[in-house]
Write a protein that binds this ligand. Sequence first.
Ligand code: ZN
Length: 304
Amino acid sequence: MGDVNDHRVDVPADGDAGEVRRFWERLGLPGLVDVHTHFMPERVLRKVWDYFDTLGPLTGGVEWPITYRKQEAERTALLREFGVRAFTAMLYPHKPGMARWLNGWAADFARRTPDCLHTATLFPEPDVEAYVREAVEAGARVFKAHVQVGEYDPAGQLLDPAWGLLAEARIPVVIHCGSGPAPGKHTGPEPITRVLARHPRLRLIVAHLGMPEYEEFLGLAERYGEVRLDTTMACTDFAEGFMPFPRRALPTLAALGDRVLLGSDFPNIPYPYVHQLHALERLGLGEEWLRAVCHDNAAELFGV
Ligand SMILES: [Zn+2]
């Protein structure tokens, strides 16, 4: 693996598009579906980039250079060049009073970006049920929750009616609930286990394969048929450098092949996009697994 600090971001002029397309063409796929890409209001995204620029202390000195630090229009154009048929606008509040505004932005983004699945977010606050309902009625197809950044207990009372509503509406929620890249007060499998005990049909998509609590979150997917995981950053050289995926969990990952979904964290990644795809390929789980993970599972889930 080497020292993760050795990775230099070196993206070819076409931003990697040729290599990405060759990957899915080789598998006989019509393209990719990426359930974990970040689009958000410009000034929020800039704050996120500032955060990664100064991340060193959180990850034990690992640098996190953003590969695709580009204008929004260039970023959507690049995903299309990659052949990403559908993607998301993962956005999340870090404090109360912000989610409704973010949801308004995301609804507008989805309107002007037809290949983006209309995304919404939530936060434990008194009006959460009302604005989640509004977002669902406005056509939101996926939600994002960030337990680490939001610093909230996902099993807290305020969120309970929102989870119930989303379970009923069968709308997937991509949730960053693992303790990577750094643990938070409410990260890890325990709070999520309490959420699922109350809402066993909730369609949670555990981000980053649950990094670094991979096996516990895979275990939750084994117990709950509607729990899925996204691959975001997992198994890349970067993540393997400090939170490696345990080889003994590969058979479980293989067996859950119908509930693992490609996610990338584009554009906030410290390596070229194609590396995520190669990182999945080198797990050696076969072409059928790759086809399901990189396209078919999400295409079916979201009807794209
Ligand atoms: Zn992310």
